[in-house]
Design a protein around this ligand. Structure first.
Ligand code: ADP
Ligand code: MG
Length: 901
């Protein structure tokens, strides 16, 4: 009541109270500032720096923590205005972080036992890697190694430690790490004020062996935070997968004036008297270094207004730092507070009465409350940011908290918790106090770094056989070239793994083709019947998909072709084409020895077909016989076409340079225009002929055996054509998912994935579909989708699991694309040499869902091809329904040539 009556005190309290709407606005501005810090364009100007830490993982609770003797040195953070780098990092074991590949190894300083006796010291990191544009702090380049050695050389064990810096970390990160202990991941940390650390400041050796003080360091009384951000949003770090801890350095929030509506005249005085006026505005509101100062200025003003200490001299209040934050925190205590206030004021030589003490306590309370509320606004911004960027409706997360403000005061904690709840209602944050975040946190960082490094080594070992070097690919290219020559040679053809089958297609469309044609497409995922009208103004088509049950594809040949005729009849009926006899092009996408355009002997079934009585037979004849059995007389088969040829033809209609066809779908294959004089298996030397390479069988003679991995062998063993189509089994849609599945099983087996828990569903053949690779590898898609796919397979994937699964998919699809490029390189180089050109420009018509849908396949393929065949300019053109349109165009070209108009 005594307070209510004093308008000056009322005004001061009001000025120091931040209303909820303002807090809401502060949260919004913090969010904006964070985004500015994350973006590459605006990072340099950002107040909230959002520094990448390269810490991509928190302790998983199951992994080993660091052992005593894993020497760990901790170097506490320095904050002086000159050093805007709160920390930098070295790669451990004499490598730059970049060479760690996907998981960049983080920080902390480590006298790792493995490194003893190497006699080398880590090379300082290039400043660019430390981040930003300024000079790194002196100790990054100028680490006192001699000093370190003098301390640790001749230690208790009598051994000289060779110091390898594995990591250097920020205290905030340490807080987050320690709070992750015990299996509850902690993904945010706040530090408000000085942390409790028994050995601070100092180098610190894990295992309690040594600690000692380095050159003097200022104690840290600021505020800061960090959190696990989506790595892709951390544009300053070139990491796109997973998460990375970001050190917000939010103390400078408001330096551009965004907090001006919150600042009071007391804050302005504090700022002007500080060593860095105009800077660290947020820290000066929230950090423990300044709370005492704010109170001091408020009391000075109130005394001048005669609202306090009437009759006593208040000159002492003009001295900087006479009132400590610790005293402020004692004064706000409910029970002892009044007594503490009296003692503190009397110690300053003031003579406070009961009312003065009461008012001072009120001022202290409102200053501390404001700090807590502003901190809550910052925390709420982080929470909402995380919730949004993870595309969650609700975020449940643990927040590690350290600092004297938080530890010391239940009032501070309560306000922080409740205001955070109000400002980020979509998030549930559990605040966990951290104990010795700096020391133990540094240890945790190292433990995590060591765990990741060990894991990485094992993963790399497992995936190494799937990663092809340029030399490997050049060899594949050369082998393909050799097999092509063998396949073309009259004598050698029988022994070549690449059959190089003549197609009797001698020209690509010239655009003058006209007419109406029927087309069949057999050998893809679907069996289709089409009618294609080729006219002056373009090509129009109608088609129908028919299902061929496995009982038929793997039954008798008679049943298969009878079924096909029934489908054709059904189609003609529906399209009202029963009365006409249209020329028919038959896309038959299996290896055939073609003896003419309309005569094709099936060499072998592929892609899961096995109908009996067909191999060795002319498929056109089989079709005609079935037509007779069904008394369907209006059938005039003019051409059998492989789907690669159809693809080339359909693209050739639009682009005359299209002289190659490529399929990467269920299977893979290619065709191209070869000089007749090189085709030893067909009479005649004039012009060109399209050669159906049947390159899927490349390697069936063992020439690729050293490329195959154990995973490829496991996949092959379970196919219906063991040992056959070996190249195809490395590349095409029917197999990539299976390869991935076997790798995942091996990773689980080695305890590198899903915590090593058995995954019964993953044992099922074909359960991991190739289309999953496409989804999983899409850039910018949160790992949530990866998790969802894995969840469908009853796999509980942690975040790191998802990242690893993505890496496996990337490895498998990259290899497929690169092998495909090596094959194509052999083709285009041969064509270039055939034509005696220094430079060849050619177009490849491509079809196949894998090529078309996979987010990276075509890019990797084209990039590698440019690399392997630098003298060829290769354009890729996706075919629209190559098998249907192409078959009709082959028929049309044939009709054009038969009856010239
Ligand atoms: P086909 O080669 O049989 O004519 P497609 O070209 O449509 O047929 O290829 C089908 C194959 O493509 C399937 O075997 C499947 O493995 C693969 N596939 C399907 N969807 C996708 C996708 N989204 N990404 C990558 N591959 C896919
Ligand atoms: Mg197809």
């Amino acid at each position: 009541p005594a307070l209510m009556s004093c308008p000056q005190v009322q005004r001061a309290l009001l000025a120091l109270t931040v209303p909820l709407e303002t807090l809401q606005a502060v949260k919004g501005r913090m969010l904006q500032a964070m985004r500015k810090g994350l973006s590459r364009q605006t990072h340099a100007q950002a107040n909230v720096r959002m520094l990448p830490t390269y810490i991509c993982s928190t302790p998983n609770g199951t992994g080993k923590t660091a052992q005593p003797g894993d020497g760990l040195l901790y170097y506490p953070q320095r904050r002086t205005p000159r050093w805007t780098w709160p920390w930098g990092c070295w790669g451990g074991v004499h490598q730059s972080p970049a060479s760690y590949g996907v998981h960049k190894l983080p920080c902390t300083a480590c006298a790792s036992p493995q490194c003893r006796g190497r006699g080398q010291e880590p090379a300082p990191l290039a400043p660019a890697v430390v981040s930003g544009s300024q000079e790194p702090p002196p100790w990054v380049t100028d680490c006192p190694w001699d000093w370190v050695r003098s301390r640790f050389g001749g230690s208790a064990t009598g051994q000289l430690y060779h110091v390898d810096v594995v990591a250097l970390m920020n205290d905030t990160v340490g807080t987050m790490m320690t709070c992750s202990m015990g299996g509850n991941p902690c993904e945010i940390a706040l530090v408000m004020g000085e942390q409790w650390a028994p050995h601070m400041p100092g180098w610190w050796v894990l295992g309690g062996l040594h600690w000692c003080s380095p050159p003097s360091l200022p104690a840290d009384k600021g505020t800061n935070s960090c959190f696990m951000a989506e790595a892709q949003q951390v544009e300053m770090a070139e990491e796109t997968s997973g998460r990375m801890c970001v050190n917000t350095e939010w103390g400078c929030f408001g330096d551009d004036g965004t907090l001006n509506d919150v600042l009071t005249s007391y804050d302005q005085h504090v700022d002007q008297e500080s060593s860095n006026p105009g800077e660290k505005r947020f820290e000066k509101l929230v950090g423990s270094l300044y709370l005492g100062e704010i109170v001091r200025h408020a009391l000075t003003a109130l005394a001048a207004e005669k609202a306090l200490f009437i009759g006593s001299s208040v000159a002492v209040l003009r001295t900087k730092d006479v009132l400590k934050t610790q005293q402020v925190l004692e004064i706000i205590d409910n029970e002892e507070g009044m007594a503490k206030a009296r003692r503190a004021l009397e110690a300053l030589g003031l003579q406070p009465n009961e009312r003065d003490c009461c008012r001072v306590q009120q001022i202290c309370r409102v200053v501390v409350s404001r700090a807590a509320a502003l901190c809550a606004a910052g925390l709420a911004a982080i929470l909402s940011h995380m919730c949004q960027s993870r595309e969650l409706e609700q975020l449940v997360v643990n927040v590690g908290v350290d600092g004297e403000l938080y530890r010391g005061h239940s009032r501070f904690r309560e306000i922080l918790q409740s205001v955070t709840g109000l400002l980020a209602p979509e998030c549930t944050a559990t605040l966990l106090p951290s104990v010795d975040g700096t020391g133990r946190g540094a240890a945790m960082v190292t433990a995590v770094a060591l765990r990741l490094a060990a894991q990485r080594r094992e993963v790399d070992l497992l995936l190494a056989p799937l990663r092809l070097s340029r030399a490997d690919l050049e060899r594949v290219q050369a082998l393909m070239r050799r097999e092509m020559e063998l396949g073309l040679g009259r004598e050698t053809n029988a022994n070549a793994s690449v059959r190089m089958l003549p197609t009797y297609v001698r020209g690509t469309p010239d655009g003058t083709e006209r007419g109406e044609f029927l087309a069949l497409d057999l050998g893809g995922t679907n069996f289709r019947v089409l009618v294609v009208r080729v006219a002056q103004d373009g090509i129009r088509m109608a088609s129908e998909i028919y299902v061929i049950p496995t009982t038929i594809t793997q039954g008798t040949g008679q049943a298969l072709f009878d079924h096909i005729i029934e489908c054709i009849m059904d189609f003609q009926l529906k399209q009202d084409l029963m009365e006409q006899v249209l020329p028919l092009g038959f896309t038959f996408s299996f290896p055939c020895q073609q003896l003419g355009l309309d005569k094709a002997v099936l060499l072998t079934w592929t892609k899961g077909f096995s109908a009996s009585g067909c191999v060795g037979q002319d498929v056109v004849q089989l079709l005609r016989e079935a037509a007779q059995r069904k008394q369907h007389l209006g059938l005039k088969v003019v051409a059998v076409v492989n789907d690669t040829v159809g693809t080339m033809m359909s693209c050739g209609y639009d682009d005359p340079k299209c002289e190659i066809g490529l399929i990467v779908g269920t299977g893979t294959n290619a065709c191209y225009m070869e000089e007749m004089q090189n085709v030893g298996t067909v009479e005649g030397e004039q012009g060109r002929m399209c050669i159906n390479m049947e390159w899927g069988a490349f390697g069936d003679n063992g020439c690729l055996d050293d490329i195959f991995t154990d995973f490829d062998r496991l996949v092959d063993e379970k196919t219906i054509n063991v040992g056959k189509q070996r190249f195809e089994k490395l590349i095409s849609g029917m197999y990539l998912g299976e390869i991935v599945r076997h790798i995942l099983l091996a990773l689980v087996e080695k305890q590198l994935l899903f915590s090593g828990k058995p995954c019964p569903k993953l044992q099922t053949r074909d359960i991991f579909q190739t289309k999953f690779l496409s989804t999983i590898e899409i850039d910018g898609l949160g790992l949530r989708q990866v998790r969802a796919i894995l969840q469908d397979l009853e796999l509980q994937a942690s975040f790191e699991d998802s990242v690893l699964v993505r890496e496996v998919c990337q490895t498998v699809s990259l290899r497929a694309a690169q092998l495909c490029a090596a094959g194509l390189a052999a083709v285009v180089e041969k064509m270039r040499e055939n034509r005696g050109l220094a430079q060849l420009a050619v177009t490849v018509g491509v079809d196949g869902t894998l090529y078309k849908m996979h987010p990276r396949f075509s890019q990797h393929l084209q990039q590698m091809l440019r690399d392997l065949a630098p003298n060829c300019t290769v354009t890729f053109l996706q075919s629209e329904d190559g098998s249907g349109k192409g078959a009709a165009l082959v028929a049309a070209v044939a009709c054009r040539e038969a009856e010239p108009q």
